[in-house]
Ligand binder design. Structure first.
Ligand SMILES: C[S@@+](CC[C@H](N)C(=O)[O-])C[C@H]1O[C@@H](n2cnc3c(N)ncnc32)[C@H](O)[C@@H]1O
Length: 250
């Protein structure tokens, strides 16, 4: 575990006019949803809230879904490494990692940050955030429990906003993309990794299973279309079999 974070790092980013309750710092992260929230939770999301999944996520879950997303196309891990290299500019950058899970990428995104820089990881799941605080805290990293549907930050707060391997689990992904666009600085960038609608994902059984589980596969032009509608027109998209990486600038 790294050094303990400045206890005020996340507090300096949260906009008090965008939260229903005064934020509470608990288990090392800042909770803007406690004591209660009516946030919609799908079956897949319930699974994401399990302490067992948080415990085995890096060792068992990530390798499995990385292989699954690569099926029939380019290696997801390779494209992910390229994307992280390209978007990690460091220095005094302000970075937001939406649906950060156990925080591995949050910490990696913060690697070359310097004074004035910060990387905030936000997630809905308490077990994931406890793991993130425990395993992936550094001087420039802090964590917030909140929802991708209503990010607790003012417009244009972050230079880089990422949402990796999560949009397909979020009940209203179009609203989440609207929020990514809102909190990103107009001169900044947005990076997304998510699922892709392929012949495999449209098999009858697969469609029903995804609908029941709350998992979604996106058309090739769906998310890029939402980004364009919000003015993010400089868009790179890389397909990796069952997944898609998107990097957008205005
Ligand atoms: C598969 S994990 C991905 C975690 C991390 N980004 C990664 O790539 O390892 C998906 C995460 O999305 C989070 N999540 C799902 N719905 C959310 C929402 N509405 N707001 C914030 N996080 C959400 C889950 O709790 C879970 O930690």
């Amino acid at each position: 575990m790294g050094n303990l974070p400045d206890p005020k790092l996340a507090e300096t980013f949260v906009d008090p006019t965008r939260v229903a309750h005064p934020p509470i710092r608990t288990h090392g992260y800042l909770d803007v949803l406690a004591p209660s929230t009516d946030e919609p939770v799908s079956l897949a999301n319930r699974f994401m809230q399990s302490p067992l999944l948080a415990a085995v996520y890096e060792r068992a879950w990530r390798p499995m879904f990385t292989r699954m997303f690569s099926y029939g196309g380019r290696g997801t891990a390779t494209v992910h490494t390229e994307l992280m290299r390209d978007i990690t500019t460091g220095g005094g950058q302000k970075i937001l990692d939406v649906a950060c899970g156990p925080g591995l990428y949050t910490r990696q995104l913060a690697t070359s940050l310097a004074d004035g820089g910060a990387c905030i990881g936000l997630d809905l799941s308490e077990p994931m955030l406890r793991r993130a605080v425990r395993d992936n805290t550094t001087d420039y990293v802090d964590y917030v429990r909140g929802s991708a549907h209503a990010l607790p930050f003012a417009d244009g707060t972050f230079d880089t906003v990422v949402c990796l391997a999560a949009l397909y689990l979020i009940p209203d992904p179009e609203q989440a993309v609207r929020e990514l666009c809102r909190v990103a600085n107009p001169a900044g960038q947005i990076a997304i990794f998510t699922s892709l609608q392929t012949p495999l994902a449209t098999l009858p059984g697969a469609e029903a299973a995804m609908r029941i589980g709350g998992f979604r596969a996106f058309g090739r032009d769906e998310i890029t279309g939402w980004l364009r509608a919000h003015g993010w027109v400089d868009i790179d998209q890389t397909l990796t079999g069952q997944g898609q990486f998107i990097r957008a600038r205005r």
